[in-house]
Design a protein around this ligand. Structure first.
Ligand code: AMP
Length: 400
């Protein structure tokens, strides 16, 4: 039992996830039957939590995943588990604990979907329904049990299932489980699981109680964090302006000249785009500076310093120049082009609204960028409100 109470001194945050559009599911080295299921699901590339967590989970590491629903976290733990179980002995080797019956059913459905071409059985065990059918399935032998804590304990007491051969434990939505008062039940269940196992803990938030749980049950976990940090999300207002591409400039000029802005960071996909935005803004009487890879390092450093010092209030940067940029106190971020990677969006809006200041993040969405905005919304787990400028016609974007 000593291992169970070992503290998690080895916690090592991986830092911000860097976008790497080149990574595909095939690069994650998953079993061919899993790749087939992913193709069936229509996924084209892994989400940030999947890119980060899957290789670590496959190495057998314990993971503390800070991610909300909508980030693709279920596949982030399900896929490496299926990969591990394929072709192995037929025993109950994995347990996933979830706070609610709804999540329990959802996780089980995901498991079935991703394991559709593999010979792996999975059963959902939750309260509010008769014990018998669950008991029959458990006694017949299953590879994976997805369960809510209370009902699982009923089954453990009846010895409908034993966890002597368990290899992987997942605590999904750990913060909610603790909120719902499941700590004693979790303790009870974990005490019946071998100490030498892999433990994956997912939580949308990291209050001290979750940290304590992680210290108790995880061994040298790697912390993987994606999504909107709650501190930023609570103070950032973000919105999407549907606008035809050719009207983007008019919209930008309108926004910058109609509202008071202390500091505005504008992101453009390309260097030429950034230069053109600067030229167009200057024509409209707005002083702006471009920062991108064609500028020398001293020029870039000076632009950033001037921006920080408040000497220039509008900085136009490319995606590349964004990396490693530490600019606090920005009042507005404008995505002139929709970011190609959802986590770039998260990082950018995280730059506003720091230190409880109100911040605004606007994204200009042309018709061909609707799909990317939808992906971002799925990854951050929340819809982004659409807004228009009252009294101005910047055109419409159909079929959003
Ligand atoms: P989750 O955060 O696990 O609740 O997943 C949120 C939604 O994203 C689910 O509907 C998944 O089917 C979907 N999803 C998960 N991974 C991907 C991916 N790589 N590409 C597209 N959609 C995904």
């Amino acid at each position: 039992m000593t291992e169970l109470t070992q503290t998690a001194e080895g916690i090592e945050p991986t830092g911000p996830v860097q976008a790497d559009p080149a990574i595909t599911f095939a690069d994650l080295d998953l079993h061919e039957t899993i790749l087939a299921a992913i193709r069936d699901a229509g996924y084209t590339s892994p989400t940030p939590i999947q890119r980060e967590a899957i290789p670590l989970a496959r190495k057998g590491r314990d993971i503390m995943g800070l991610a909300q629903t909508g980030t693709g976290k279920t596949a982030a733990f399900t896929l490496p588990i299926i990969d591990r179980l394929i072709g192995g002995p037929k025993r109950t080797r994995c347990l996933i604990l979830t706070p609610t019956r709804e999540l329990c059913v959802q996780v089980e459905e995901s498991f079935r979907r991703y394991a559709a071409h593999a010979d792996i059985s999975c059963v959902a065990v939750y309260g509010g329904v008769p014990l018998d059918p669950q008991e029959k399935k458990l006694r017949a032998g299953v590879d994976v049990v997805v369960a809510t804590p209370g009902r699982l304990i009923d089954h453990l007491e009846r010895q409908n299932v034993v966890f002597d051969d368990l290899e992987v434990l997942v605590l999904d939505e750990a913060d909610r489980m603790l909120d719902m008062g499941f700590a004693p039940q979790i303790n009870n269940v974990v005490s019946q699981i071998p100490v030498y196992r892999q433990t994956l803990l997912f939580s949308a938030t990291m209050p001290p109680e979750v940290e304590a749980l992680a210290r108790k049950y995880l061994r040298k976990p790697v912390v993987v964090q994606v999504g909107v940090r709650s501190s930023a999300a609570s103070t950032v207002t973000h919105a999407v302006y549907p606008v035809p591409r050719e009207k983007k400039n008019a919209l930008l000029v309108h926004l910058l000249t109609s509202k008071v802005h202390d500091s505005v960071l504008i992101f453009s996909r390309t260097k030429h785009g950034a230069d053109r935005i600067v030229r167009d803004l200057e024509k409209a009487g707005v002083t702006a500076t471009a920062m991108h890879a064609d500028k020398s390092q001293p020029q870039r450093t000076k632009a950033l310093q001037d921006f920080k010092d408040g000497k220039i209030s509008v900085l136009v940067a490319t995606d590349i120049a964004q990396r490693g940029l530490d600019v606090s106190g920005i009042t507005h971020v404008v995505n002139y082009d929709v970011p190609q990677q959802a986590e770039d969006y998260v990082h950018r809006i995280g730059r506003t609204g720091r230190a409880a200041k109100e911040g605004d993040a606007y994204t200009f969405m042309a018709p061909d960028e609707i799909g990317m905005v939808r992906t971002i919304e799925r990854v951050i787990g929340q819809p982004i409100p659409r807004i228009s400028v009252p009294g101005y016609d910047f055109g419409t974007v159909a079929a959003d």
